[in-house]
Design a protein around this ligand. Structure first.
Ligand code: BG6
Length: 477
């Protein structure tokens, strides 16, 4: 048995992390264009003094150039096709379509670029999977409107989403509305355009912003289904399986709360179409007053839930509130207590393939809707050897262990899994650290952290491995 015949094997990227060409063909500035490169980027953006000023004298901005996929997408997609990709997940840069976000008319040059990119995928029978917004809202909307806490953002997003859905609905079947929508609970700059000076430190603003995003997401689902009832629109959740540190009921309860608040809250609203029962407790604990809602919001959420659950999975975390001495570790904006049973990546992310099977069971058990793993992978420092080759066996190990667990979830646990798109199928700029050195790809790109180098694409050992995985529909690991 194993993987279903039509399983969507592929890879995933995001416009701001690979396209470059940040000011080309009418593109406006996005929040990610204002993010300095380097390990401290989250600290800088999270600081009280940060006001979105771009200061090239002081910082490097790797996203401005990325891997110049904008000018090399044909060559890159040809390599994806060589691996046998069935699908390719990418995002549309909002600022290529609406440079400031509040214009009434779209920028045709931006639409044309994505049209060509989509056509290039279709040429190889690669199904495009589009994230409408992936960590790159227009900077203008963050600076002038204060980000997603402002209700006007719903109208701006709706115009953007309607524009791309209308233009591409005949060519693109799979969509997602917001990348890792729940990430704002830890770091609202990227997904909500809110920094300290615009109220990012107040839970009230974050939840108000999320409400606006939920409404915007339902409007996308509504529009997509009106255009074509066969279109599937998903949510996209940053999922980090959370274990209790031990069987102390206090820690068990803490891990339950963390799972509810981080892993499930957004999906509960977007999939079930209503605010979950623990909202009251969560708001009370964070001193969040009842959210401002317009008439019809709750009906809209109820009537237009998502069709599938897209999620990213890299690691698991441990919840512990009783043992103050427990070791701590890092993890994409999550961090937490170290799990003694797991090893970690060079960036401290705890590697947990079995956690993926647990996640698949938890999500499917809760929602009974199709799941799509739209990100997974190992960030590592790759070395080009004397023969010009990259032997990334550690990446192959990581991915094959995760794929084995996926297969068990499908075959033994009965989970409905649509597809798998490992993150950064071609090396790109890291979201959390702005480095090129943290590589995920099957394809090496010769650029350093300052985006210096030839930009040459070199297939890694994992390239051939993944090609065989896809060709054998997951059998040859
Ligand atoms: C996810 C994001 O959180 O993780 C991606 O959706 C990101 O944008 C990926 O790149 C890996 O994280 P990082 O920080 O290693 O790039």
């Amino acid at each position: 048995m194993g993987f279903p015949k039509n399983f969507l094997w592929g890879g995933a990227t995001a416009a701001n992390q690979l396209e470059g060409a940040y000011n080309v063909a009418g593109k406006g500035l996005s929040v990610s264009d204002a993010m300095p490169g380097g390990k401290d980027r989250f600290k800088i953006i999270g600081s009280e003094s940060f006001d979105w000023t771009i200061d090239p004298e002081k910082y490097v901005y790797p996203n401005h150039k990325g891997i110049d996929h904008y000018h090399h997408f044909k060559e890159d997609i040809a390599l994806f096709a060589e691996m046998g990709f069935k699908c390719y997940r990418f995002s549309i840069a909002w600022t290529r379509i609406f440079p400031n976000g509040d214009e009434l008319e779209p920028n045709e040059a931006g639409l044309k670029f994505y049209e060509e990119l989509i056509d290039e995928c279709l040429k190889y029978n690669i199904e495009p999977v589009v994230t409408i917004s992936h960590y790159e809202m227009p900077l203008h909307l963050a600076k002038v409107y204060g980000g997603w806490k402002n209700r006007q953002l719903v109208e701006f997003y709706e115009r953007f989403s309607d524009t791309v859905l209308t233009r591409f609905h005949k060519k693109v079947k799979y969509w997602m509305t917001f990348n890792e929508i729940n990430s704002s609970l830890h770091f609202p700059a990227l997904s909500q355009g809110m920094v300290a000076s615009s109220g990012a430190n107040e839970a009230q603003n974050i939840f108000q912003g999320l409400h606006h995003q939920f409404v915007a997401s339902s409007l996308s689902v509504k529009k997509a289904h009106e255009l074509n009832p066969d279109i599937k629109v998903g949510c996209m959740i940053l999922y980090a399986t959370t274990y209790s540190y031990d069987c102390d009921p206090t820690n068990q309860l803490a891990s339950l709360s963390r799972n509810q608040e981080f892993n499930y809250f957004c999906a509960d609203v977007q999939v079930r179409g209503e605010y979950p029962h623990y909202t009251k407790r969560m708001f009370k604990e964070r001193n969040v007053q009842p959210l401002e809602m317009c008439e019809g919001d709750l009906t809209l959420l109820k009537n237009y839930p998502v069709d599938y659950i897209g999620f990213s999975y890299y690691l698991s975390t441990v919840e512990c509130i009783t043992a103050a001495t427990a070791d701590v570790t890092e993890g994409n904006i999550l961090g937490g207590v170290k799990n003694p049973f797991l090893s970690s990546s060079e960036w401290g992310w705890q590697i947990d393939p079995v956690g993926l099977r647990i996640t698949l069971n938890e999500l499917y058990g809760r929602y009974q809707k199709p799941l799509f793993i739209v990100e997974n992978g190992l960030g590592a420092k790759d070395v080009v050897d004397e023969n010009g080759e990259i032997q990334d066996t550690y990446r192959i190990d990581y991915l094959s262990q995760h794929i084995k667990e996926m297969e068990k979830a499908i075959e033994y646990d009965g989970v409905d899994l649509m597809g798998y798109t490992p993150w950064g199928c071609i090396d790109l700029v890291s979201a959390s650290t702005g480095e090129m050195a943290k590589r995920y790809g099957f394809i090496y790109v010769d650029l350093n952290d300052k985006i210096e180098g030839s930009g040459k694409r070199i297939p890694k050992q994992s390239f051939t491995w993944y090609k065989n995985v896809i060709a054998s529909n997951g059998e040859n690991l």
